[in-house]
Design a protein around this ligand. Structure first.
Ligand code: NAP
Length: 249
């Protein structure tokens, strides 16, 4: 591929993809939303901030004419994923969705799958000490919880916290030993998480299993229809190099 690849990022996969493309001599521009105060930056050039909806992104694609867009955003970042589909179609830009697989329960896991943060809040209303790891956005869904709630996020939430909240600002990766110690310290009796998948934050699930604690897991939004989707950085690199070999010279 001769032209630049636009990587919609904010994930570990997006950073690894940028790194691999740069190593292969492929020009890349990573895009971040600008939500986190001190983001972990990928290698290479980075732009920060929204495009202005699907229309804004389409206009950006028409102006800059990248050879392809890889949407490597978080599985729960549904708005930018939808925008990318609409914008790429409007601008005629090839689009790939890179999304890591979700987590799967193993022996000893007690998982309850729910469809929303609201449903997750209802599922944990009867517990005494909830460990909330769903991130900064949407914490308001848990504001009415009556018990203790350990809220962990990278930056402080803007939304109201439950009365019994303890806020822990931290960023993964987390080790199983640290997660075990944290859950013991706070006498956690249920964990709430999104099905983000990946290794950086899965230690909490292992710790919950070891402690015999149930996990409430929020299901992912559906994948965009009609878009080629891959699960690994290596598959994304292969798809991009396949496009290079079919590019007009
Ligand atoms: P979202 O709801 O899907 O997107 C909201 C708006 O943010 C989009 O319409 C777009 O603004 C802007 N945006 C999102 N990702 C962008 C990107 N990579 N580059 C430029 N603009 C972007 O997204 P979100 O859930 O708030 O997540 C924001 C970012 O954090 C994503 O990039 C995602 O990868 C990362 N992240 C999200 C989560 C999560 O749980 N949601 C967890 C970890 C990391 P315009 O409409 O103005 O273009």
């Amino acid at each position: 591929m001769t032209g630049q690849v636009l990587v919609l990022g904010g994930t570990g996969e997006a950073r690894r993809l940028a790194e691999e493309l740069i190593a292969a001599g492929v020009p890349v521009l990573s895009s971040l939303a600008g939500r986190v105060a001190e983001p972990v930056l990928p290698e290479g050039p980075v732009r920060v901030g929204g495009f202005g909806g699907a229309e804004g992104l389409a206009a950006w694609l028409v102006e800059h004419r990248p050879a392809a867009v890889v949407d490597a955003t978080h599985p729960f970042a549904a708005q930018i994923t939808e925008n990318a589909v609409r914008a790429a179609a409007a601008a005629g830009t090839p689009l790939l969705r890179l999304q890591r697989p979700g987590w799967t329960p193993g022996p000893g896991d007690t998982w309850r799958l729910v469809d929303s943060l609201t449903e997750a809040a209802q599922a944990v209303a009867g517990y005494r000490s909830v460990f909330l790891t769903t991130g900064r956005q949407g914490v308001a869904a848990f504001a009415a919880l009556p018990g203790r709630v350990l809220v962990r996020s990278v930056d402080p939430p803007d939304e109201p916290l439950p009365a019994g909240a303890t806020l822990l600002l931290d960023r993964g990766p987390f080790s199983v030993a640290d997660e075990l110690a944290l859950m013991r310290e706070h006498a956690v009796d249920v964990v709430v998480t999104k099905d983000s998948g990946g290794h950086l934050t899965e230690a909490k699930l292992t710790a919950a299993r070891e402690l015999g604690i149930p996990v409430v897991l929020v299901r992912r939004p559906p994948l965009p229809a009609g878009v080629v989707t891959v699960a690994t950085v290596a598959q994304a690199v292969t798809w991009l190099s396949g496009r290079r070999s079919t590019e007009p010279r």
